[in-house]
Design a protein around this ligand. Structure first.
Ligand code: NAP
Length: 345
């Protein structure tokens, strides 16, 4: 975008947005979305305007589209779809933010976002690519960090099992567990992802849930049982993992993507009595609860990224905001590897 010489915004600047038009039944359909265009105005006192460049696509978005009680209110019909994103400040009447700075915030699926500056994090494109602030240096990395270290509490020499292991959160969890001196076993769909788990992310073993019997594979790769199971997918894989718990195991419920598009309530975990037998625990975690410790965790993650002990894999799709509905579906078909991002400029 070319700015007028006086620093004001171009008069004809248009913001394209993706708004929630209908509550999906099953997988979201094109008719569940509206594309809306509206003029961009100069920010008023105390506010700033961000030109969004990278939009985070998250499995949780599917849950935010349902009108049910959750850890965060649903997106309202007609509202811009909620999304974490990174962008550049292009106009500011906010004392803490200057034009040209890059920031992360809940900007939504739109090209320009007006913000009051609250809950924005400054990001540094010289330190890492902007996409990485949605990957290992963003909510993805923080989820892996707090879910694994605070809830999973892995100890050196223990076995950590991760589902959705080639995805954004899972690939970081496996690497962090390895940094902690654990044996790591990942579950993912397909031979390519399983190869990546071992060759790129350093897992000790990988299980292809699409072609292997998970319970049999768990007996082979986790002979002493599973001390920490970091669950991203729920459903049958959670059930299989429960059969293999070690005494005192911790099951971290981070997500359950296999269930998000269900049109009927699925069955609960049949093997939950394994928690009793093994004096194990199963704990849900929501990353937002750790907001007051993000800075501490981000600094540690950035250090590991800088010295090469941690890799952030980002799956960046190029397109404008209208590519959002189709791109989101990649999460549910497993077409993404690593953090799925829509780059709109
Ligand atoms: P992701 O793992 O990068 O992408 C989703 C992956 O899930 C797909 O690539 C696919 O991999 C797998 N998948 C899709 N359908 C599946 C099914 N039916 N059964 C098994 N696997 C399936 O996504 P992410 O952003 O890292 O999120 C991972 C999980 O963490 C999600 O459940 C998400 O809701 C959760 N999460 C939780 C928090 C929190 O605060 N609790 C924060 C962020 C994310 P395959 O090809 O291997 O099937």
């Amino acid at each position: 975008m070319t700015m007028p010489a006086d620093g004001s915004l171009p008069a004809d600047l248009i913001n394209r947005q993706i708004r929630l038009a209908a509550r999906p039944f099953g997988l979201p359909k094109p008719t569940d979305w509206d594309v809306v265009e509206e003029p961009v105005s100069e920010p008023v006192d105390g506010r700033l305007l961000v030109e969004v460049s990278h939009i985070s696509l998250d499995p949780a978005m599917r849950g935010w589209m349902n009108d049910v009680r959750s850890y965060i209110p649903p997106v309202r019909l007609g509202e811009v779809m909620r999304a974490g994103a990174v962008g550049r400040v292009i106009a500011s009447r906010h004392s803490d933010f200057a034009v040209g700075e890059h920031v992360y915030g809940q900007f939504g699926v739109q090209e320009y976002a007006d913000s009051d500056g609250r809950a924005l994090r400054r990001v540094d494109p010289a330190a890492a690519p902007l996409s990485t602030y949605l990957g290992a240096l963003g909510i993805t990395g923080l989820t892996a960090y707090f879910g694994l270290f605070d809830v999973g509490d892995p100890q050196p020499g223990q076995t950590v099992l991760v589902s959705g292991a080639a995805g954004a959160v899972g690939s970081v969890v496996g690497q962090l567990a390895r940094l902690k001196g654990c044996r790591t076993v990942g579950i993912a769909g397909g031979p390519d992802k399983c190869r990546l788990l071992v060759e790129e992310f350093g897992f000790d073993a990988a299980i292809d849930y699409k072609s292997e019997d998970v319970k049999t594979a768990l007996r082979k790769h986790c002979p002493d049982g599973v001390d920490v199971y970091f669950d991203n997918v729920g459903g049958e894989i959670l059930d299989a993992a429960l059969t293999r718990l070690a005494r005192g195991a911790r099951v971290v419920i981070c997500g359950a993507i296999s269930q998000y598009n269900n049109t009927e309530q699925g069955p609960g975990p049949a093997n939950y009595l394994s928690l009793l037998v093994n004096r194990a625990s199963m704990t849900g975690m929501v990353v937002f609860d750790y907001a007051d410790r993000y800075a501490e965790a981000s600094a540690e993650l950035a250090g590991w990224l800088a010295d090469g002990r941690l890799r952030s894999r980002e799956d960046v799709v190029e397109g404008d905001v209208t590519a959002f509905p189709q791109t989101l579906l990649r999460l549910f078909s497993g077409a993404n590897t690593g953090k799925l991002i829509l780059r709109i400029r």
